[in-house]
Design a protein around this ligand. Structure first.
Ligand SMILES: Cc1cc2nc3c(=O)[nH]c(=O)nc-3n(C[C@H](O)[C@H](O)[C@H](O)COP(=O)(O)O)c2cc1C
Length: 482
């Protein structure tokens, strides 16, 4: 890989992911109406195959699918989807796991991140589903572990309201240990013989006998070991409990933040906590979410942003705010400036935006401003400009925030990704910031994210490694922490 100057030290090779959702819109409510947008093909397998092939030709590390298990029904609520449905605001939505095998069959090296919740899905069933897709994709699946945040999901899974926030993370912690036991401890390497005598050695398959506070699962794992066994583990919690969970379990962590200066302390905390947990902090990949609108010139990019934004659904943006925060802004007058509202959580969030979002100085933060801010790219940074302008900003993120890569969301799918491919990636390659090809062509997701041929399994310092099969030993007991 060429470096911009032969005397300068080698630069960090960025991880580049596409961030999307299998719904008409993701972080771009209303955009399915934009003539070039293909969001409304979200339920077509040909659409996803075409997107995956385009991204792979450009050497994206992965396509990462967000997911939710309920509608955003807080705005003008409670339990009201009327403002949500017109803009296709993350509703309707299909289960992303089913499409992965088809995309994998049409590609060779790109990875697939799939969101699944530890709050509503049983770990025994989830472990089998991920093993299935890891087999069928040749080891190219990752799990974005979420604890979920929508009351509508809780109600549809039979609860009156959501389980308390930190309790969801305690459940998630035990949940992960159950899946490690199934994936790593239930089948011995080489147990599958496929010989004339037997398919597999019965002594190479064992119960996990998990009995914890939340789960009782004897095992064994129903599925024989897949190429990665444990899928690449991704996570995106931002609370104190979320960061502590990520530092223990995640191999790649998604962070949202407006400026690299604001994100840096979270990066430092996560790496420090990971080191305290005995992990190698530099092995944890930190990925920042960003909307990048790139074109030939700064002016052309700005014009593109404004054109695309004109299709955005501002009501849908307030719907997203309601789902993420739990607060219904429809209860406030049109001219309410939320920097001064009584509700402290909203006040603090909006004041944070007011002090960090570029170009909004002196603006009144009423519903209209909030909607305009959130309708493209959600609550993340938006970088708009020529390849040089955007690459300069991304380099600053790497230098200041110590991030390892980016999750690029789409204002319009696949156009935003196509512009990144046409303009931005060649510039990043010229600067020595982005690879020219996969580290391991046809390799597993883990091999390509770590850039290490043969790194198919969890690293030895990861807590899941304690469950690797050791001859003559039982599956280690789970040490309940709470
Ligand atoms: C970049 C990013 C992407 C996320 N994607 C999802 C998602 O697809 N589905 C979901 O239920 N939660 C998603 N979340 C939410 C978190 O995983 C987490 O459940 C939520 O932030 C609550 O945890 P916290 O309080 O620790 O932040 C995402 C969060 C971030 C920052």
């Amino acid at each position: 890989m060429a470096s911009s100057s032969s005397s300068s030290p080698p630069k960090k090779q960025l991880i580049v992911n596409a961030f999307t959702m299998q719904a008409p819109t993701h972080l771009n409510p209303g955009l399915y109406r934009y003539p070039k947008d293909k969001g409304s093909s979200y339920n077509s397998i040909q659409h996803w195959i075409s997107v995956a092939q385009k991204l792979e030709a450009a050497k994206f590390h992965a396509i990462f699918f967000a997911d939710v298990l309920g509608g955003y029904d807080v705005y003008k609520g409670p339990a009201n989807l009327e403002p949500t449905i017109p803009g296709g605001t993350q509703f309707p939505i299909i289960d992303p796991l089913y499409s992965i095998s088809a995309m994998a069959a049409a590609t060779q090296s790109i990875g697939f991140g799939v969101t699944a919740s530890t709050t509503y899905e049983n770990p025994y069933a989830l472990a089998r589903r991920f093993s299935t897709v890891d087999h069928l994709s040749g080891g190219r699946v990752g799990w974005n572990i979420v604890t979920s945040y929508l009351d509508s999901a809780a109600r549809n899974f039979g609860l009156d309201t959501q389980i308390e926030h930190d309790e969801r993370y305690r459940i998630a912690h035990e949940y992960l240990h159950v899946t490690y036991k199934l994936w790593e401890g239930s089948w011995r390497d080489g147990a599958v013989e496929k010989s004339e005598k037997r398919y597999a050695d019965p002594h190479g398959v064992r119960q996990i006998n998990h009995e914890g506070k939340y789960f009782k699962i004897p095992g064994p794992h129903l599925t024989e070991p897949s190429p990665q066994r444990t899928p690449l583990l991704l996570q995106a919690g931002t609370s104190t409990a979320g960061k502590a969970f990520a530092a223990q379990h995640a191999e790649a962590i998604f962070l949202n933040g407006h400026t690299p200066e604001l994100v840096r302390p979270s990066v430092d905390t996560i790496r420090k906590q990971a080191a305290e947990a005995g992990r190698d902090p530099s092995s944890i990949k930190i990925i920042a979410g960003v909307l990048a609108i790139v074109a030939e010139t700064d002016e052309a990019a700005q014009a593109k942003f404004e054109e695309v934004a004109s299709y955005g659904d501002e009501e849908g943006a307030l719907v997203l705010f309601g789902g993420w925060s739990g607060y219904d802004l429809s209860k406030y007058p049109e001219d309410q400036d939320f920097r001064f509202v009584e509700q402290p959580a909203i006040r603090s969030m909006v004041n944070h935006w007011a002090s960090t979002v570029p170009g909004t100085e002196g603006k009144k933060w009423d519903k209209k401003t909030i909607a305009q801010y959130l309708k493209l790219g959600g609550n993340g940074p938006k970088i708009i400009g020529s390849a040089k302008t955007v690459a300069d900003q991304l380099e600053k993120w790497v230098e200041v925030a110590d991030v390892d890569g980016f999750n690029f969301s789409a204002a319009s799918i696949p156009e935003t990704f196509e512009d990144i491919i046409t303009y931005l990636l060649p510039e990043l390659q010229k600067r020595g910031l982005f690879w020219n090809d996969y580290a391991v062509k046809g390799g597993t997701f883990r091999e390509n994210v770590y850039g290490k041929p043969g790194q198919n399994r969890l690293p030895d310092t990861h807590p899941g490694a304690q469950y690797f099969w050791k001859e003559g030993e039982e599956v280690p007991k789970y040490a309940q922490k709470n």
